[in-house]
Ligand binder design. Structure first.
Ligand code: NAD
Length: 443
């Protein structure tokens, strides 16, 4: 089948590469010439495990192409995926300008029936706006061509995106007619062989499903962080509580890790956008407001602990930061907790020595060269001569460091662990001052 994917970011690249890998002929279109040039030169602009090989093999097989040529993109695919960004607007609602620009491009250029598939995360009602945009462009040309609009939200997780796309828990398809549902069923058939993972529904429900999923996951995290903060006041260890509640199958162990807040390109913006959607229809989404508020506060917890430890005077101190990406196995730093921490440290006059296995280039892109940030090639280099260590991302490589070497490298043996990687008792035995999240009264 012929497929066009607009947007060559995390979602677009994975969608394009995976659809090509099962035999489709895919053209990926992006307006970022630099990105397309890199892709055509064999360089993948993001870090996503397995993606480089998948793209290379499908390019070599002639099934995957990258271009900035919108004419070519619209002419190519029966299926026209929209996978462009939907960043938060100033008021928190999703900015639809990129989505609607693609819809307009399709309407202006299509010369045959097209299925326009919205993969970007968009508020309920966006499919109607996309339909209106395509129709308006067709009307402008005096064209009577037919098209359909589908909502097909993406649930992949950065860091495991290919596995998620190839073996999805579910593929949500929102349509308003059976013909389009069947076309989508055929497109997704290669990923749907073991058992039926397609969940077909009306368009508005599909659009809301994506926000519901992300808001639920964000709620679980904020709930645990709320309890972690309470555990500190009560002298309880949230890690014991986590194991205690996770053992209940109605609760489960997934996504109940306390920490220094969630970040990334999805949870913060999607919770905000859903809250904004609710407000627009006259509903005050109190729970969503709380989820966001708890997370904003949680992202400042590591800094507060560090600041308190140093008696409110961080001037001239150096803090080692392990982990810059918003989560392991990605280089994505959008809304990462590391940014909140580093910016607060700099504001307080401290210096940062940081290490991340893959996100240092992205850090350089965001912050440029600055005298209060040193990016170090190894975790051990980052702690050399630092006054304290802060752990922000739970990369595997940080889980079992050489604690003796760590003690020797730090000026003071003190760790602020935003992901609760270590055992407080072991830290105490080793003479390391340890501050986790929600781990007893001494915090
Ligand atoms: P991204 O920022 O990595 O990529 C978006 C790409 O779209 C950019 O390369 C940009 O240049 C391109 N673009 C913008 N306007 C364009 C146009 N008119 N034509 C062609 N390309 C255009 O974004 P992303 O992380 O891939 O997210 C895309 C969407 O998918 C968002 O709505 C996001 O919420 C959603 N989503 C993201 C994830 C994730 O983990 N990143 C998961 C599920 C859903």
């Amino acid at each position: 089948m012929k497929v066009t994917v607009f947007g060559s970011g995390y979602v677009g690249l994975v969608t394009g590469a995976c659809l090509a890998d099962v035999g489709n002929n895919v053209v990926c279109v992006d307006i970022d010439q630099g990105k397309i040039d890199r892709l055509n030169a064999g360089e993948v602009p993001i870090h996503e495990p397995g993606l480089d090989d998948l793209i290379a093999s499908n390019m070599a097989a002639g099934r995957l192409k990258f271009t900035t040529d919108i004419d070519l993109g619209v002419a190519h695919g029966l299926f026209q995926f929209i996978a462009v960004g939907t960043p938060p607007d100033e008021d928190g609602s999703a900015d639809l300008q990129y989505v609607l620009a693609v819809a307009n491009s399709i309407g202006e250029r299509m010369n045959d029936y097209r299925v326009v598939i919205n993969k970007s995360t968009v508020p309920v009602g966006t499919a109607d706006k996309v339909r209106a945009k395509v129709q308006a462009a067709l009307d402008q040309r005096g064209s009577t061509l037919q098209f359909d609009v589908v909502s097909n939200p993406e649930f992949l997780k950065e860091g495991a995106a290919i596995e998620d796309f190839m073996k999805p828990d579910r593929v949500v398809i929102g349509t308003d007619n059976p013909r389009t549902t069947e076309l989508l069923r055929a497109l997704y058939a290669p990923f749907n062989r073991n058992h039926d993972r397609l969940v077909c529904m009306d368009i508005r429900s599909a659009e809301l499903t994506k926000y519901a999923a992300n808001a639920m996951l964000a709620t679980k995290i904020s709930f645990m962080n709320e309890l972690a903060n309470l555990a500190e006041k009560l002298g309880a260890d949230i890690e014991n509580v986590r194991l205690g509640i996770g053992s209940d199958p109605r609760i489960g162990y997934h996504f109940i890790y306390p920490g220094c807040g969630y970040g990334g390109s999805c949870f913060p913006k999607d919770v905000k956008a859903l809250e904004r959607t609710a407000r627009d229809v006259g509903y005050e989404a109190q729970l969503l407001q709380a989820v966001e508020g708890v997370n904003d506060r949680q992202k400042t917890r590591l800094f507060d602990k560090i600041n308190r430890h140093f008696g409110g005077n961080l001037q001239g101190k150096t803090v080692a930061v392990w982990g810059l990406a918003f989560k392991p196995n990605t280089d994505d730093m959008r809304e990462a907790s590391s940014r909140t921490l580093m910016e607060a440290l700099w504001q307080a006059g401290a210096k940062v020595q940081a290490h991340d296995p893959v996100a240092m280039e992205e850090t350089r892109r965001i912050y440029g060269e600055r005298s209060d940030l040193t990016l170090c090639d190894t975790p051990m280099a980052a702690i050399q001569g630092a006054d304290a260590l802060a752990i922000v991302t739970e990369w595997k490589v940080f889980r079992s460091p050489d604690f003796d070497a760590l003690k020797a490298a730090l000026k003071q043996p003190v760790i602020f662990d935003g992901r609760n990687l270590y055992d407080p008792e072991q830290m105490e035995r080793m003479g390391i001052t340890y501050h986790g999240i929600g781990r007893g009264r001494q915090q």
